[in-house]
Design a protein around this ligand. Structure first.
Ligand code: 1HE
Length: 261
């Protein structure tokens, strides 16, 4: 890893969980152009053993968004390419090789929320707060936020966040869908890591279907969605690993009976 603002740590008995940490606490993990490129490279080059990933931020905050010190005078073309570079990097997360769990605490704002919303699961601790200060900085989202955030919380709530500068605390953030889990302060990483370990035990093709097929099916007209689902379902079932897992369950060897919550 060449960028000092990001750290990759491979953990687990089978090196199956990648922990990706933003290590720019002095600048609240603000995402410089270099750090966005390093994120992209990290997800493009995960070792083959990795089955799930966790992303978190060092210090008091997950991520303060775009590095505002780099927000220079850009012409329209340069601005578009800057935004497109974020899109590519965050697509490597959303449509990358493995599911990604974001461990959130403190500020998850602007591009930090765009980064979190590209992950598959968000775990927020009670110190977390969510905001889109772009509105008050005179800019717009550019890291895919206008595509991903409305899919989590709806157009009306995102519009409100940007028009009024509304900040959601962790409890309300979880309530409206910005995070799927709410945990005590200081425990987001542990919860996220435990979830990643659990995810890593799934059949890789199931995880692939959830990452790559489900969001696309959800965007398709129902008739197309049913067809894509049937194809994906047939492909997933055909894997030898899937057949073995079903056999194990039927023979009482799986240990994965669904338990009452
Ligand atoms: C930064 C940034 C940053 C902090 N770019 N340097 N994002 C924002 O508008 C959020 C701006 N940041 C904040 O509101 C606050 O910094 C926090 C709530 C996140 C944290 O507050 P605090 O009191 O812990 O830290 P601080 O004292 O405000 O900042 C500490 C240092 O980090 C300070 O630098 P220093 O050299 O004076 O120590 C800050 O300047 C620096 N810092 N945030 C650059 N964002 C793809 S488009 C996405 C568009 C956006 O993301 S717009 C929203 C940008």
């Amino acid at each position: 890893m060449t960028n000092p603002d990001i750290q990759l740590d491979i953990r687990g008995d089978h090196n199956e969980v990648a922990v990706i940490r933003l290590t720019r606490a002095a600048k609240r993990n603000a995402l410089s152009d270099g750090l966005v490129a390093a994120l992209r490279k990290t997800f493009e080059n995960l070792p083959d053993t990795v089955r799930a990933a966790v992303i978190d931020g060092e210090g008091e905050h997950f991520c303060a968004g775009l590095d505002l010190s780099e927000l220079k005078e850009r012409d329209a073309g340069q601005g578009m390419h800057h935004s497109r570079a974020w899109h590519v990097a965050l697509e490597r997360i959303q449509y990358g090789p493995v599911p990604v769990v974001a461990a959130l605490h403190g500020a998850v704002v602007g591009g930090g929320l765009e980064l979190a919303s590209a992950c598959h699961i968000r775990v927020a601790d009670e110190s977390t707060f969510f905001a889109l200060p772009e509105g008050s900085r005179g800019i717009f989202v550019g890291g895919g936020g206008s595509v991903r955030i409305p899919r989590l919380i709806g157009v009306a709530r995102m519009t409100d966040m940007m028009l009024t500068g509304r900040v959601y605390n962790a409890v309300d953030g979880e309530r409206i869908g910005l995070a799927q889990y709410l945990v005590p302060t200081g425990t987001a990483f542990d919860k996220a890591f435990a979830l990643a370990q659990r995810i890593a035990t799934n059949a890789p093709l199931t995880n692939y279907s959830l990452m790559h097929a489900l969001p696309r099916i959800a965007e398709q007209p129902a008739d197309h969605g049913f067809m894509t689902e049937a194809l994906m379902s047939a492909i997933a079932q055909s894997a030898p690993e899937a057949k073995q897992r079903v056999r194990d369950f039927l023979e009482g060897k799986a240990g994965t009976k669904v338990q009452k919550a």
